[in-house]
Design a protein around this ligand. Structure first.
Ligand code: NAG
Length: 497
């Protein structure tokens, strides 16, 4: 009787254990546990992240629906309705207070008016965990989080481990989309002062097999795929939509591991000695997300969950955590909301601001703006305000679209330096991303708002008759909060021509 009860309890505990319960059972306590998608402990029911909305500056905390569960996306959606939301705090679930907040200026400054990094647009990375919606942290270039005054994070030559679940299709070659241990000064203090998971195609120091992206380690003054600079082909190009990355180090040994997040275990890409000049380690114990240790902030990527561990976890412990991640069945979901803007249709987009309700999004050469269109315009003029809705050029952007010109073959609306242009598709990843927009419910209740896939804190808005991707308040004149929701809402109709 007692023994069967004990067995039942043990089975229940095992099946319900979160990643940090699994690590703790192996003696590798989570000293920081960050996830906007779910609780990382079976018993955790506290806050996962804080939202800040642009309409009134109000904040709210989002927790799991129940202890140990997936984040309350319904509360997120309701708080963020009719406005733009940012993730202002990613809470540490470990109880050590190692929360991540807006990255501070360092060797590099952020784009914020105060030199801070930007906060992530809160709704740019919807995801399903076992069919339940949650949001990841979508890091656009210029976005970053940090904690320079941590508690319990490894310093010096002390052992540590870490893992992160990331979007394997959201990356670039900028420096550096990292999660892990960095300098407390936000300045480059030399080789071995960092130990962080890196993901992307930055190839200045090291690469893996193929053309990337790769899971590598940012050890400061270098991204490493093995025990030296250059290529280590055991570190593969990642191709899965969801990936798990692991970096761990102890005196005389370090490893990189990874896998598709649906895999039952991780593969070791490197385990061995440190590059010359990196031993002993000089870890400082700050935590970064989305940036390099010196606040280099030109990278992009998406973070769903991760933790920093005490000690050097065994491969077996990490494989158990990986099995837990796989059991969550991370899956994609649509980034669109509101009235459908159907692929295959031909549309025009009418402005809804009081000044301009007869104006439509049009192009004049490569410039995109708004201009009046009526039945008396020539068909050539009408064509400048007519768009084919096509599948998103960034094919990973589920539910999003691209807008192809109806009078200029092969050209699409794309953003560059936050302004919209009509340019020919050059086939690059950058163009595909810059030409991908995700229709949302119109911010002012009319029509649709078009959120650029790569910058979910922004929306297409007209300002002085030119079209931009603008934030609701920010450093540029076109980011003004004045009439923002109206300027960013467009009524979709059949194409003029
Ligand atoms: C349509 O005609 C009006 C009146 O001539 C003109 O002001 C406007 O610029 C034209 N629209 C376009 C898109 O050319």
């Amino acid at each position: 009787m007692w023994s069967s009860l004990l067995v039942l309890c043990a089975v229940a505990t095992l099946s319900l254990a979160g990643p940090c319960d699994i690590y703790a059972a192996a003696g590798n306590t989570c000293v920081a546990a960050h996830a906007t998608t779910r609780a990382l402990y079976n018993a955790y029911s506290g806050s996962l992240y804080q939202l800040k909305r642009t309409s009134d500056g109000a904040t709210t905390n989002i927790g799991p629906v129940s202890a140990g569960g997936v984040a309350n996306a319904a509360a997120h959606d309701s708080f963020c309705a009719s406005t733009t939301c940012l993730i202002s705090i990613i809470y540490d679930q470990s109880g050590r207070g190692n929360h991540l907040t807006q990255g501070v200026p360092g060797g590099f400054n952020g784009p914020d008016v105060n030199g801070l990094d930007n906060l992530a647009g809160a709704s740019g990375a919807p995801v399903l965990l076992n069919g339940k919606k949650a949001y990841g942290v979508f890091v656009s270039p210029g976005t970053g989080y940090r904690n320079d005054a941590t508690n319990g994070i490894a310093t010096g030559d002390t052992a540590e481990g870490m893992y992160a679940v990331l979007d394997g299709t959201h990356y670039n070659g900028g420096c550096c989309f990292d999660y892990g241990n960095a300098e407390t000064s936000a300045h480059d203090t030399g080789a071995g002062h960092m130990e962080a998971i890196y993901f992307g195609t930055e190839s200045v120091w090291g690469t893996g097999a193929g053309s990337g992206p790769w899971i590598m380690a940012d050890l400061e003054n270098g991204l490493y795929s093995g025990g030296s600079t250059g290529q280590h082909t055991a570190d593969p190009t990642q191709t899965a939509r969801f990936i798990t990355g692991v970096v761990k180090g102890e005196p005389g040994l370090w490893s990189i591991r990874g896998a598709a997040s649906t895999s039952s275990s991780l593969t070791t890409y490197w385990s061995g000695s440190r590059p010359s000049g990196y031993s002993p380690m000089s870890k400082e114990g700050a935590i970064i997300l989305g940036i390099g240790g010196d606040n280099s902030n030109s990278a992009q990527g998406t973070f769903y969950e991760g933790a920093m561990l005490a000690g050097y976890p065994s491969d077996a412990t990490e494989n158990s955590v990986q099995a837990n991640i796989a059991s969550m069945d991370y899956a994609t979901t649509s980034l669109a909301s509101g009235s459908a803007v159907n692929v295959g249709s031909a549309i025009s987009l009418r402005a809804t601001t009081a000044c301009c309700t007869s104006d439509y999004i049009y192009h004049s050469g490569t410039t995109v703006g708004i201009a009046p269109v009526s039945s008396s315009n020539s068909s050539a003029a009408k064509l400048t305000a007519s768009w084919n809705v096509v599948s998103p050029l960034a094919s990973e952007a589920t539910g999003c679209i691209s807008l192809q010109s109806r009078d200029t073959t092969g050209s699409y609306i794309r953003h560059q330096n936050f302004q919209l242009f009509l340019d020919a598709n050059d086939g690059s990843q950058q163009f595909h991303e810059d030409a991908t927009f995700c229709p949302q419910t119109g911010l002012n209740g009319q029509g649709n708002t078009f959120r650029p896939w790569g910058y979910p804190a922004r929306n297409i808005r007209h300002f002085d008759f030119i079209a931009y991707i603008a934030s609701d308040g920010g450093v540029q004149t076109f980011d003004t909060t004045s009439t923002y929701n109206d300027d960013a809402s467009f009524v979709v109709s059949a194409a003029w021509a």
